[in-house]
Design a binder for this molecule. Structure first.
Ligand code: 13P
Length: 254
């Protein structure tokens, strides 16, 4: 972490929680993290629970995020969700390009780029996910893969757009596997991403962009990961599904 950047801890609930379970979870979480202002706290429930969670979070220090967003305003796009539909529900952040979307639903950098730009045009902040697969790391391709994803996903961004964007580095081999990247491994890629942002937008702007780490972040490894100079937060999957576990990660940044 770096004092010039406000840390951001986001919970990606993936395809978990009915509405009732979601409301119960944020009810408990609100109490656990009450009064914390040093970090931004975000929860990203499934679309079906957004409205109820928005109501439950009103007036709290927890912000709402969605797990994806489409680039068109409206239209015949079965199964997709428009930016304005999310704005309608007080959503502030939208994850785009998560590795599960890339792996299982064919999302590409070009599509992620369109989603991120549509989010920004509608006052939503995109959390743009990048990260290499295990075989790519083992083949020494981490830098090339991540560089390509960052360049492709952020193509055509201007300085104002990148300053409203959060990048999440999530090595695919660390997601849901219990195998966290070591703090040094994560820091190395975060530093690489920040250098690349420097090339694209200038060092001054790059120094202000927040880069989250994701992949088996838990209460017991969060502090060390978040202690790295270019790690500005966490995108948390499994451990965001229990209020106490997620709150412990939030508190690791405080
Ligand atoms: P886990 O924390 O369950 O490894 O998931 C990480 C993730 O994919 C967050 O987006």
């Amino acid at each position: 972490m770096n004092p010039n950047r406000k840390s951001i801890i986001a919970g990606n609930w993936k395809m978990y929680k009915t509405t009732a379970d979601a409301v119960a979870l944020v009810g408990a979480l609100k109490n656990e993290v009450a009064g914390i202002t040093k970090s931004e706290i975000v929860v990203c429930p499934p679309f079906t629970a957004l409205a109820a969670v928005a109501g439950a979070l009103a007036g709290s220090n927890i912000q709402l995020g969605a797990q994806n967003v489409h680039w068109e305003k409206e239209g015949a796009f079965t199964g997709e969700i428009a930016p304005a539909m999310l704005k309608d529900l007080c959503v502030r952040y939208a994850i785009v390009g998560h590795s599960e979307r890339r792996q299982f639903f064919g999302e590409t950098d070009a599509g992620v780029n369109k989603r991120a730009k549509a989010a920004l045009a509608n006052g939503l902040r995109p959390i743009v996910c990048v990260g290499e697969m295990l075989a790519e790391r083992e083949a020494g391709k981490t830098e090339a893969v991540v560089t390509g994803q960052v360049r492709g996903s952020l193509a055509g961004f201007d300085k104002n757009q990148i300053l409203e964007t959060v990048i999440a580095y999530e090595p695919v081999w660390a997601i849901g596997t219990g195998k966290t990247a070591s703090p040094a491994q994560a820091q190395e890629v975060h530093a690489l991403i920040r250098r690349l942002l420097g090339e694209l937008f200038g060092a001054d702007v790059a120094g202000k962009v927040r880069i989250q780490y994701g992949g088996s972040v838990k209460a017991d490894n969060a502090k060390e990961l978040l202690g790295q100079s270019d790690i500005d937060g966490a995108l948390v999957g499994g451990a965001s599904l229990k209020a106490g576990d997620f709150a412990a990660i939030v508190k690791a940044t405080v």
